[in-house]
Design a protein around this ligand. Structure first.
Ligand code: ADP
Ligand code: MG
Length: 313
């Protein structure tokens, strides 16, 4: 499904997926200069979940835009898979965004009159994927996010959490290397936000896709492999997962304890699923591994092979 030309972007190497070297983005506002991103350097190895934490105005969105090739640095470099984004032509940047990146926003950014299915499929259509593969992959990713029963609903008929899951399905449909998520839980209540984080964790661990996520919520760093802190455009410190007890943190999520029935794909039990559907991530109280942020997949044999997240019904 990948455009031939994208091959030009991919050197056969084990470079970090993203590397910023003294990257800055300054804005001129009247007489003054706003240092939205100020000489930031960091590296992201592949297949990890990175949280970019910081208060509003600290420069998170500006940095995500640089990494996503939506904006170019005033000075310094941002490399994606070894390619300097500043030197890339607009055409190549477009191809990079289309084939190797996925974007998720706080406000979901779905087309309201299109169904969940159509919202996802459109991305594949734009990428030039054939009709049959489009349909199969769309069904597959909607199933991954637990929304196959909502495929024909228009997005305005869905809850916020469901809309964000459609947006995630859309973003991963084309099997990108990196998902860029800007405050993806900002519009959601805290339990639904945690469900989105569990889904992110599954995507990284099982789909081998990296995620760079901006958030102002310190609790969400718990799900990340690494956290970068932004303050006034500067990257202050990088740290590993905070020492929270994850089961405590997600105690308000009700996990399934009812075995295969709960996870099966029958249609009858779906109708009344409310908008606050609960995650069954496979992380249960009896998990006891205590491994912060590392969640295991449901291992129930009735779960579809490609299903990485099931709502509790
Ligand atoms: P965050 O996402 O952490 O809230 P932003 O990256 O949006 O932060 O903004 C960082 C700083 O850059 C803020 O002071 C903001 O006002 C400023 N800024 C962002 N975009 C622009 C712009 N287009 N023009 C001028 N200033 C901007
Ligand atoms: Mg922002």
């Amino acid at each position: 499904m990948v455009d031939q030309q994208v091959g030009e972007l991919t050197p056969a190497s084990k470079l970090p997926l993203v590397r910023a070297i003294s990257a800055s983005r300054y804005y001129q506002v009247g007489d003054s200069e706003v240092r939205a991103v100020d000489e930031v350097s960091f590296e992201m190895p592949p297949s990890k979940l990175f949280a970019l934490r910081g208060r509003s105005g600290s420069g998170k969105t500006t940095l995500l835009n640089l990494v996503g090739g939506l904006d170019r640095p005033t000075s310094g470099q941002v490399l994606f898979d070894g390619n300097d984004l500043r030197k890339m032509s607009d055409r190549k940047l477009t191809l990079l965004r289309r084939h190797r990146l996925g974007f998720i926003f706080q406000t979901f950014a779905l087309l309201p009159v299109l169904s969940a299915f159509e919202n996802v499929e459109l991305t594949l259509r734009i990428a030039g994927v054939g009709a049959r593969m489009r349909r199969d992959r769309t069904n597959e990713v909607l199933s991954m996010v637990g929304l196959e029963s909502r495929a024909q609903h228009r997005s305005f008929e869905l809850s916020g959490g469901e809309q964000q899951r459609v947006a995630i399905a859309r973003a991963i449909a084309n099997r990108p290397d990196l998902l860029i998520a800007d405050e993806p839980t900002g519009e959601l209540d805290s339990v639904t936000g945690l469900e989105i984080m569990l889904l992110f964790r599954s995507i990284v661990d099982e789909e081998d896709i990296s995620i760079l996520m901006a958030t102002h919520d310190p609790a969400l760093s718990q799900f990340a492999d690494e956290t970068f802190l932004m303050e006034d455009g500067r990257m202050k410190a990088a740290e590993g997962p905070l020492d929270f007890d994850l089961p405590d943190l997600i105690q308000h999520i009700e996990f399934s304890d009812e075995g295969g029935e709960e996870l099966s794909n029958t249609d009858e039990s779906r109708e009344d699923k409310d908008s606050k559907s609960h995650a069954d991530s496979g992380l249960s109280e009896s998990d006891g591994s205590g491994t912060a942020g590392k969640l295991s997949a449901p291992d129930d044999s009735t779960t579809r092979d490609h299903s990485i997240w099931r709502p509790k019904r």
